[in-house]
Every structure is written in structure tokens, then in C-alpha cells.
Design a protein around this ligand. Structure first.
Ligand SMILES: *[C@@H]1O[C@H](CO)[C@@H](O)[C@H](O)[C@H]1NC(C)=O
Ligand SMILES: *[C@@H]1O[C@H](CO)[C@@H](O)[C@H](O)[C@H]1NC(C)=O
Length: 462
């Protein structure tokens, strides 16, 4: 049997549950002793007749805030429960600038839940636009707190996010330039690509030719079993504890299980055991099932069942918000953001049955007929990866499949971009720059962080 060694760089810092397809995951905890606090927010910022409110969770970490007139960093948590106050590189930046660090949980995730029942009707106010106003309200509220406690006005605020919240960070600076001095958009997915084939292509590239071929082979074998007979369909799912999962969602689970280690800078976690199984002549499906049990389930805390249509139709929230995060994130995809990871026409890794039509079906099945994103509206609203903002730093990892809906080139002197290269021993994946800096980090990662530090300092003092 295959034994995996977990020296996964994120096992230490990412212990929170990730949402499944997922682009957000950081628990960048610097301090566990902080008490979460709550802010009352309006449910609907755009309708004066609707006076309903909810409690939005945040942390304030003043470890490095030596001067109360100093900067305030706002870290945006994305599509998952907030695992704790922001740490990692955000703490390093705070130390460099003697900044206060605020972390805000995203509405409808974790403890920041307006409802206990997430019917489609109740998801109406889970939009990018509402969240951006939450952030604007939060910043103004906190400035008032500082003023009333310390008599100081006009602190320089700076906004930071990674992945979906990296996009929010850039969009926030674009829409509310009077509230923040600038933005760090790590792996900021500002382009809501509808048919996101580059995702699969980049997984193939980042895995390497040999690994990609084995991954394709196991996917083809699984597809054959799924379509062979109801007995064989059930038998193959049994290996993954997935007998109740519909075929389409099961295929997507398999694709995600292959993609996430690659996305998170550790393609060897899936590639090493699969290449070994291939060379040993072992059963590839069983080897992949072992990988899922030993690694994907344990480290990513994910099961196949959570991908199923039936599971995603469950509307009741639990107290942690974990169970529901899959439903809320897919709502954001199905109603606004897409990023639908479909199989390329030729030589896909994922099953060729993961098409745009499959996504369309999934959105309708889970949320109701006709639920489908108008990505052009988001592009019109924010400018996609030609976003015309100022004082924004965009970072990406050279091995990250999400870089293809982010900003990879400078858009001018005040919109910096850097695609971070890994080295022989380290992949450069999603939000790599936000991790806690380590001595053996690749030179280009160290360089990128130095660049970020320079610009953050410049912009908050501008
Ligand atoms: C919204 O959620 C509440 C519980 O939080 C529930 O009572 C209500 O029926 C839901 N409304 C709709 C329209 O689904
Ligand atoms: C990945 O892409 C790079 C840059 O285009 C290319 O040089 C390299 O050969 C590709 N590797 C694989 C395995 O496809």
C-alpha cells in the first residue's frame, strides 16, 4: 500500500476546512488568544426598505500596532469560515509597518450568517457588491472606534486578500479608493471566466508529463467503470465512500482531488504515489482511492459526499457554517462568478463529461431552474483583468491553475504584477506569497515579497 509522507507545507497553517472546489483556504493564524468580535451589518445595503441585519465576525490584532496613528491592514476572508486572525505574510507586513490587522469574515460563511436556512431565496444577498459594502462599512466603523478610543482620525487603511478575496481586494480599491490606500491581490481572480479550460491545462502542465498521463489514465478507467453497469458503477464509487454520489459530482470530486495538491504547491502529493503505482503495475483506481483516503480526505478534510447534488441541496446551516460552505460558494459561482473548470477539447485530465452543460445542470439542480451567472456583468462592472485601478499589487504562482483568471502583467506603474516562479524543490501555487516566509523559500518568492513590502510602504505613506 502506498504511504504518503505529510510534510505538506500547508498542513501546519491550513487547518481550517476548505470549501471544496476551492480557492480559499487560509488559516493564517498568528494568534489564537484573540476573541472574535461582531459588527452589525445591514442584510441589504441597497434597499432602504429592508432593515434586516446580521452579525459579521471579525478579529482585531494589535500585536504590532505600536502607534495608534499608524496603518490598519484589512484582511478579507473569502469563501470559507474564518479560521482565525490573519497571520503568515500578513503578520510580517504588519510588523514591517507597525500596523493593526483586522480580519473580516465574509457574509454567509462561518459565523457571519444572516439566516439559518439557505434556501435559494435567502441567498439573494450573497453577492460581491453586498460584500464590498460590508467592507466599506466595516472600515468606517473601525476608524470611528479608533477615533473614539484614541482621538485619532484618518489612519491609512490597506486591504489584502487571497484568491476570491484577492479579487475582492482589488475590486474594493477600485470602487472605494477613498477608504484604502492600496490593495494586495494575491491570486486575485478578477476575471470570471465562464469556460475555464486553462485550469485543467495548467494542472497538466504543473504536474509534469509523466504524472499527467497517469492521472488521465485513472480518470479514463473510472469513467469506463461508471458507464459499464450499475454494479460496476457502485463498485468503483465504493472505493471512495461515494455510493450515494451522483456520477457528475463524483467525476468532479475526482478532478478536484487531483487538482488541489497541484494548486497548493505540492503536486508530488498526488504524483508520487500515482507514478509509483503505474511503475509497479498496481491497480490505478485503488491507488487513487488510497491517495484520496490518506491524503485528500485527511489534509483537505473533504469527502466525496460533500460534492453531491443531494448534499448541496441541504439548506439548513449548522453552527460552524462548515457544512454549508459548499452550497454558498457554488451559489456565488452559479449566480455571479462562474470559474467553471471544464474539460479541454483535447487531452483533458478531468473527465470530458465535465462540460459547461454539466455545470448548467448542477446550478439548476441545486438552486433552481435558470440559475446561471452573467459574467459579462461582472466584467463590465470591474474591468476583468484589465481593471483600471491604482495602487494594487497582483501576485500569482507560476504553477497555480487560477493564474489564468488573474492579472499576470503590470497594468501601469500603480498596478504591479508578479508571477512568482518556484524552484527545483518548491512549486509555486495558489496564494504562495501569503504563507509564512521561510528560509528556503525560492529566490523569486523572496524577491516578490520584498517588492510587495516596498510598494505597500510607499502606498500607505503616499
Ligand atoms: C429564510 O431563512 C429563514 C430562517 O433563517 C426562514 O425562516 C425563512 O423561511 C427563509 N426564507 C425563505 C424565503 O426561504
Ligand atoms: C509548461 O509550460 C511551460 C511554459 O509554457 C513549458 O515550457 C513547459 O514545457 C510546460 N510543461 C509541460 C509538462 O507541459
Amino acid at each position: 500500500m502506498i504511504k504518503l509522507i505529510y510534510f505538506f507545507i500547508f498542513s501546519s497553517i491550513f487547518t481550517s476546512v476548505i470549501t471544496l472546489d476551492s480557492i480559499q483556504f487560509h488559516k493564517l493564524t498568528s494568534r489564537d488568544d484573540l476573541t472574535p468580535q461582531y459588527l452589525t451589518q445591514k442584510l441589504d445595503h441597497f434597499n432602504p426598505l429592508d432593515t434586516r441585519t446580521f452579525q459579521q465576525q471579525y478579529y482585531a490584532d494589535g500585536t504590532h500596532w505600536t502607534d495608534h496613528s499608524g496603518p490598519v491592514f484589512v484582511y478579507i476572508c473569502g469563501e470559507a469560515p474564518m479560521g482565525g486572525p490573519a497571520g503568515g505574510f500578513v503578520s510580517v507586513l504588519a510588523e514591517q509597518n507597525n500596523a493593526l490587522v483586522l480580519s473580516l469574515e465574509h457574509r454567509y460563511y462561518g459565523k457571519s450568517q444572516p439566516f439559518t436556512d439557505y434556501t435559494t431565496a435567502n441567498l439573494t444577498w450573497l453577492t460581491v457588491e453586498q460584500e464590498l459594502v460590508d467592507l466599506a462599512e466595516f472600515i468606517q466603523f473601525y476608524q470611528k472606534e479608533i477615533t473614539s478610543n484614541y482621538g485619532i482620525e484618518g489612519n491609512p487603511f490597506f486591504i489584502i486578500g487571497g484568491s476570491y478575496s484577492g479579487a475582492l481586494s482589488a475590486w474594493f480599491r477600485l470602487k472605494f479608493p477613498h477608504l484604502v490606500k492600496g490593495s494586495l491581490a494575491s491570486s486575485g481572480v478578477v476575471n470570471p471566466v465562464l469556460e475555464f479550460v486553462d485550469f485543467d491545462l495548467q494542472i497538466a502542465n504543473s504536474s509534469g508529463i509523466e504524472c499527467a498521463d497517469v492521472l488521465r489514465e485513472v480518470v479514463q478507467k473510472i469513467d469506463v467503470e461508471l458507464d459499464a453497469s450499475s454494479e460496476r458503477n457502485k463498485a468503483v464509487k465504493e472505493h471512495f465512500d461515494a455510493t450515494t454520489v451522483d456520477d457528475g459530482s463524483f467525476r468532479y470530486y475526482i478532478a478536484d482531488a487531483m487538482s488541489l495538491p497541484v494548486q497548493y504547491s505540492k503536486h508530488s502529493a498526488v504524483c508520487d504515489p500515482m507514478i509509483k503505482a503505474k511503475n509497479d503495475g498496481s491497480d490505478l483506481i485503488l491507488a487513487f482511492a488510497d491517495y484520496c483516503k490518506d491524503f485528500f480526505f485527511k489534509v483537505m478534510k473533504t469527502t466525496a459526499v460533500q460534492y453531491s447534488d443531494d448534499y448541496m441541496k441541504i439548506t439548513k446551516t449548522d453552527t460552524t457554517g462548515k457544512a454549508i460552505a459548499q452550497r454558498t460558494w457554488w451559489w456565488q459561482k452559479c449566480s455571479q462568478l462562474a470559474y467553471f473548470q471544464i474539460a479541454p477539447q483535447t487531452n483533458p485530465i478531468r473527465s470530458p463529461k465535465i462540460t459547461l452543460d454539466w455545470h448548467k445542470q448542477k446550478c439548476s439542480t441545486v438552486y433552481g431552474s435558470g440559475i446561471w451567472p452573467n459574467t459579462q456583468a461582472i466584467i463590465d462592472e470591474f474591468g476583468s483583468n484589465e481593471i483600471k485601478g491604482t495602487n494594487i499589487f497582483f501576485t500569482n504562482g507560476a504553477n497555480d491553475p487560477w493564474q489564468w483568471c488573474a492579472v499576470r502583467h503590470h497594468l501601469g506603474i500603480s498596478e504591479q504584477a508578479h508571477v512568482i516562479q518556484g524552484d527545483e524543490d518548491h512549486d509555486s501555487g495558489h496564494c504562495i506569497d501569503l504563507h509564512t516566509p521561510k528560509e528556503d523559500d525560492p529566490p523569486d518568492l523572496q524577491f516578490a515579497r520584498a517588492q510587495i513590502s516596498t510598494f505597500v510602504y510607499q502606498w500607505i505613506h503616499a
